[in-house]
Design a protein around this ligand. Structure first.
Ligand code: ATP
Ligand code: MG
Length: 418
């Protein structure tokens, strides 16, 4: 009995349509891997012996995108597919002269050759209902054993395309798989060729690594920290263990985990590193702000939390506390510190639930009120509002109009006496 994989109707339709045209066609790659792992595939790719113009012909009447045809891919809008389905002619990659992209695309005679050029055994699987899973390279055994292993000679495969090094780390992190020994040692030998890979592509994989499963991300950082240090020379190799553990103990959020990785780095240097790596402005903003407040007082009480909410807002404070908690957990003896951070997290939740004031917009006195009390518009008025807000955040003054007006009058009197 073949293993049966459930495919969306539009994929069955596309495979059948190619079959009716006399062509062989299979679901291939990540969709087969994810299905066998019991996860929902992100997208479904099809490989076929039909040449691009033949694919176009089979799907005559369907909207098609043919700009990838020179690489063998026609994207076809079939049925209710959420995105066009990529249908690619069996290929073997040509020569690589720069460990980046094959110089030429050569069509392969059969499915086996197409699967042979794929990166890892777990990604070199194909499927069709009538034949079941097609596995020439031991991908199913590696899925069962949770192993990332190159198809063929690992040094050769990473030599052809250094991005595969990052892909191996990404799959190890997201799936919590181990990287097989020969594959791992080939990665370590060739990591320098990563400099030939476009920063955007490295960044996409780094993002995937950082968003991985806790245990997987921790193991990848622990074992391959050198590769991260190569990509980010600002990192301190001596922090490997603690950073790996902290990442393992944190939520799978890219900004939070990038901050943990860069915890010992000055905010400006962290900004430079992340810009060089082409991280998004949002991630860079979060990381730089977190690092700038990494030592902030979070444990002394509600006032400290309200002040931090004022400075960096709830989203970043949540990230900061998450990072501090993960670090406390990573230092084994620091249970007390971890508890203090958890108490701060609860305090922050309560502050937000109560609707405590921590910003000028929630302060029950406005600039106009101060002018009515005798303040002149300008810097002193702004400073008075800040003082009043700080009084409310510290708990010294109630956030009600009468209390704030009398506090404002005191500020005014003191200013006049000077
Ligand atoms: P994801 O879940 O991220 O989409 P995926 O395995 O589907 O994972 P894709 O980048 O969509 O990854 O690639 C589809 C397939 O193409 C892979 O499963 C693999 O067989 C092959 N592939 C992708 N990139 C490479 C590469 N750099 N070298 C060799 N084969 C590759
Ligand atoms: Mg994919």
């Amino acid at each position: 009995m073949h293993t049966r994989i459930e495919m969306p109707d539009y994929i069955e339709y596309a495979i059948d349509a190619l079959g009716a045209g006399g062509y062989g066609a299979y679901a291939v790659g990540g969709c087969v891997r994810d299905s066998l792992l019991g996860a929902a595939p992100k997208d479904w790719d099809i490989a076929t012996d039909a040449k691009p113009f033949e694919i176009s012909h089979v799907f005559y009447g369907h909207r098609q995108l043919t700009h990838g045809a020179k690489y063998g891919t026609v994207a076809v809008f079939v049925g209710d597919a959420p995105a066009p389905v990529e249908i690619t002619t069996y290929r073997t990659d040509g020569e690589y002269s720069d460990n980046r992209r094959p110089d030429t695309v050569i069509f392969a005679p059969d499915l086996r050759e197409d699967l042979r050029r794929r990166d890892f055994t777990i990604n070199a699987l194909a499927y069709r209902h009538d034949c079941g899973v097609i596995d020439y390279f031991g991908g199913r055994a590696d899925l069962d054993g949770k192993v990332i292993r190159c198809v063929g000679d690992a040094r050769e495969r990473f030599g052809e395309d250094a991005l595969r090094i990052m892909r191996a780390l990404r799959f190890a992190s997201t799936l919590s798989f181990n990287i097989e020994e020969r594959t791992a040692s080939a990665m370590r030998g060739l990591e320098h060729s990563l400099k030939n890979i476009a920063a955007e592509r490295v960044c996409a994989e780094l993002t995937g690594i950082l968003a991985g499963d806790g245990a997987g991300a921790e193991a990848v950082l622990m074992e391959f920290f050198d590769i991260f240090c190569l990509l980010i020379p600002e990192l301190d190799g001596r922090t490997r263990k603690i950073m790996a553990r902290a990442v393992g103990a944190s939520a799978p959020c890219v900004a939070l985990r990038a901050s943990l990785l860069l915890w010992g780095v000055a905010p400006a240097d962290a900004r430079g590193a992340l810009m060089r790596l082409r991280f998004s402005g949002d991630v860079i903003g979060d990381v730089v702000e977190l690092l700038a407040h990494r030592d902030a007082d979070v444990a002394s009480g509600d006032a400290a939390i309200r002040r931090l909410l004022h400075k960096i807002g709830p989203k970043r404070l949540r990230l900061l506390l998450g990072a501090r908690r993960a670090l406390a957990r990573a230092c084994k003896k620091a249970t007390q510190a971890a508890e203090a951070i958890e108490a701060a997290e609860n305090r922050m939740a309560a502050i937000i639930a109560r609707g405590d004031c921590y910003s000028l917009k929630d302060l029950n006195i406005k600039g106009g009120d101060l002018i009515a009390l005798g303040f002149k518009p300008g810097r002193a008025l702004g400073a008075a509002l800040d003082t009043l807000l700080d009084g409310v955040m510290s708990g010294d003054c109630q956030n009600d109009r009468a209390a704030l007006c009398s506090a404002a009058q005191m500020i005014l009197r003191t200013a006049l006496q000077r």
